[in-house]
Design a protein around this ligand. Sequence first.
Ligand SMILES: Cc1cc2nc3c(=O)[nH]c(=O)nc-3n(C[C@H](O)[C@H](O)[C@H](O)COP(=O)(O)OP(=O)(O)OC[C@H]3O[C@@H](n4cnc5c(N)ncnc54)[C@H](O)[C@@H]3O)c2cc1C
Length: 491
Amino acid sequence: MTQHSFPAITVVWFKRDLRLQDHAPLQYAASQSAPVLPLYLFEPDIMADDHYSERHWRFVWQSLLDLEQQLKTVGAAMHVSYESAASFFKRLAGQFAQITVVSYAETGLHCTYQRDQQLVKLFRELGITWREFAYGGVVRALKERHQWLTHWHEAMRAPQQTPALQTMHWLTDRSLVMRLPKALSEALHRPDKAMQTGGERRAQDTLQSFIAARHAQYHRHISSPLNSINSCSRLSAYLAWGNLSIRQVYQAIVTPGRKLPASLRAFVSRLHWHCHFIQKFESECEQQFRHINSGYAAFPYREDAASEQLLEAWQTGNTGVPMVDACMRSVAQTGYLNFRMRAMLVSFLSHYLLIDWRRGVQHLARQFLDFEPGIHYPQFQMQAGVTGTNTLRIYNPVKQAQDNDPQGEFIRRWVPEIAHLANEDLFAPWQMPPIAQMSMETPVPAPYHCPVIIPEADIDKHRELLWKWRERDEVKHHAKRIVKRHSNPQR
Ligand SMILES: Cc1cc2nc3c(=O)[nH]c(=O)nc-3n(C[C@H](O)[C@H](O)[C@H](O)COP(=O)(O)OP(=O)(O)OC[C@H]3O[C@@H](n4cnc5c(N)ncnc54)[C@H](O)[C@@H]3O)c2cc1C
């Protein structure tokens, strides 16, 4: 018989919920008599997944340091380990007679789904109890959306679940440390000033600065790649990694009797979209691998050798189309891009280059500091136009630049090699007459006088193909199913 060192323990397993306030698993743990172990696992298999890059784990690490500092004030400590969940819990089962694990239910990628399936089996063998709590307004195993909106409003208005940390019974053990392999620890400690810094307290500051002043131009600046940096909330990474709950943000803004200005009304509708999209992915996670509308299965995307070069030009910001390149270079450095420009990048990939969205979806996941599978996949499919239910939007990158960066500041910042061009030439340099190019002191560099595709040349053909395909019976048939399953009848 195994001799256990301790009788019982409640493990609060933090994943994408790196905060101490409004945290249902923590609240539950506080109500139990067993000592509480706050845990985070850097899982090698998840870290190696192609959707993730170092920027994500640095943000997580910064968030954990913030938790550690806060926990220290109540005599508690985080336990952070670099190992698979299975290996960690097997070890723990050797030390404790009774283990309860509490965590948020994760609407994640296939890799976390598989891990969870294995853990359910392992926990059964080891006699570990696992209690999962619902995330935001998302409902597990939801069959249809009939009452979903009502449920979402109830979840947003419900009292926050913040336990009194100082009265909790923490497991205090010298072996509780934040230990990572040296190389990883060094990489994560290296600051990256161009990116947002993770942490619950940073998240709170960002929320407060948005409410106090930054929101004023929200709805006017939302499509501008430059102005959105200040006027949008910039809460996405904090929400994606759970430094804030969606309810905390909602309740900080929507208070009884308060009439919201247009800017904040527009903002609150995005909070609803946040959960709406995650619910879509929760209900149909196969979206990670296939078009949600199977009518697009045979769509004639380019697959020739040249498409590899086009894809590479798109990924590295070297297409020769200034707004596309500026966006791609900017997000690579900063981890952030506003909604319109994200949509334009996907549209350029799928509609202009005619490349299957699945070949680009992981690249942008690695770039977005706020990568959230439940938003990323349904948005990617929607912008690629493969749902058959949403209006097909083809974003012209030249028009987007003229409308949303009229002075060319964003383009000049990120594509300095063409900064000398006059505004009328900056957005589509290939349209400059050869004689004008020849008379320039600094010539227009490649590929800007000869981009990988001339946007205006092929798009009519592609547009016709996309619209015709949408009219197919098979697409319409699946569109009906999608509307029935995912759309919200209460809207
Ligand atoms: C192809 C594509 C991929 C995307 N991938 C992600 C992703 O991985 N993670 C992510 O958080 N957002 C994603 N978005 C949605 C959106 O672009 C970002 O949420 C937003 O730009 C983040 O900036 P913000 O926090 O300043 O947003 P704000 O405009 O201030 O909005 C507040 C919050 O509402 C939510 N939100 C805003 N817009 C949307 C939207 N269109 N759909 C769903 N939720 C929204 C976000 O949580 C955001 O933080 C994607 C959009 C597209 C077109």
